[in-house]
Design a protein around this ligand. Structure first.
Ligand code: SF4
Length: 344
């Protein structure tokens, strides 16, 4: 099999990163992602098994994908996940197999994930207060997340990142303490602006703490942050503090970064999405289970990416009277619109 044949979209963006959801289920109900009481779940029979995922990933690497990030829902709910990590980590075309988790199950699985070849872990941590954790996630579990971070460190994961979605009036008063905590555990914190994506049915601009304000608050506590040059396609803008601490801001709501976006998404049932705000996507499970070859799958992926013109967050920013991206009825009739189905 010859090497990958890069494909570029209509803005010249390559396909380098694949966010791969391995389940739409989650053991938390975060207010900015799953605020509703009940959900329409993907049929279990449609969920790709590990061998199917590995075959689809091969086709993506033939189109230029070099990094895979395992997401959900909550990916650690997927049984035997280290086996999938082992399959992916063995692929020479992949430079990185990473994971984004809410950390609730990380303490139990950190050693197996590390041994299986997982490269890096990102843990969602929006608060250090148990009461706020319960308000935000509508479950308890803060101490398990902290234990998960300690376990990740003990088994030798480096370059761990923390993702904190900042909601005005809920956890925005923890911007400083979260940054101090990240520094203590040698992780890099990224503040995430509250996004009006998929399941965020309660989204309102009044709850958004914009990038500029986050920078002001950090500066008043730690001194002036200095921008750090990045590879341009990474969603987080990075900054350096006078004491050497680095942190990031993912400002998709007020300062979208679609210009260099090289990320595609695959849902747990094989729906290929070229943008977080894409409303449809392409079903790859059907052709895969109908016997499509690696080259035929790659041709479908290459075709869609080549025609890609997505700049979803920029269009949302330009939209007047901005509200939630999809209402409850739309989400129930098309669960692929949900954030927890498309892996954030
Ligand atoms: S909104 Fe779409 S195009 Fe823009 S950065 Fe996100 S995934 Fe990429």
């Amino acid at each position: 099999m010859c090497g990958p044949v890069d494909v570029h979209d209509t803005f010249g963006r390559p396909l380098r990163n694949l966010r791969l959801s391995v389940t739409d289920r989650c053991n938390l109900r975060c207010a900015y992602c799953m605020p509703e009481e009940d959900y329409v779940w993907l049929p279990r029979a449609d969920i790709l098994d590990f061998e199917e995922i590995a075959r689809i990933v091969d086709a993506f690497t033939d189109c230029g994908v070099e990094r895979v990030r395992l997401t959900g829902g909550e990916p650690l709910l997927r049984r035997e996940l280290p086996e999938l990590v082992r399959l992916l980590a063995a692929k020479p075309a992949l430079r990185e197999t990473a994971l984004t988790t809410n950390g609730i199950l990380l303490a139990e699985l950190a050693a197996d994930l590390q041994a299986a070849g997982l490269t890096r872990v990102t843990v969602s941590l929006d608060t250090l207060r148990p009461a706020t954790f319960r308000v935000l996630a509508r479950r308890d579990g803060l101490e398990r997340v902290i234990a998960g971070l300690q376990a990740a460190r003990q088994v030798g994961f480096i370059g761990t990142k923390l993702d904190s979605v900042v909601l005005r009036g809920t956890n925005d008063d923890e911007i400083v303490s979260l940054l101090q905590f990240a520094r203590e555990i040698d992780a890099e914190l990224r503040f995430i602006e509250y996004m009006d994506v998929g399941g965020a049915t309660q989204w309102s601009p009044t709850h958004v703490v914009p990038r500029a304000e986050i920078l002001e608050r950090v500066a008043s506590a730690f001194g002036t942050p200095v921008p750090v040059a990045g590879d341009g396609s990474a969603p987080a803008e990075r900054f350096l503090l006078p004491d050497g601490t680095t942190f990031g801001i993912i400002a998709s709501t007020t300062r979208p970064f679609c210009g260099a976006c090289d990320r595609g998404r695959l849902t747990a049932d094989g729906r290929w999405l070229t943008c977080l705000y894409a409303t449809h996507g392409r079903d790859l499970r059907g052709p895969l289970r109908a016997g499509a070859t690696r080259a035929e799958l790659a041709a479908l992926i290459r075709g869609d990416w080549g025609a890609r013109a997505d700049r979803g967050a920029e269009e949302r920013l330009a939209a007047h009277a901005r509200g939630a991206f999809a209402d409850r009825e739309a989400l129930r009739s098309n669960p692929h619109l949900e954030m927890h189905t498309r892996g954030g």
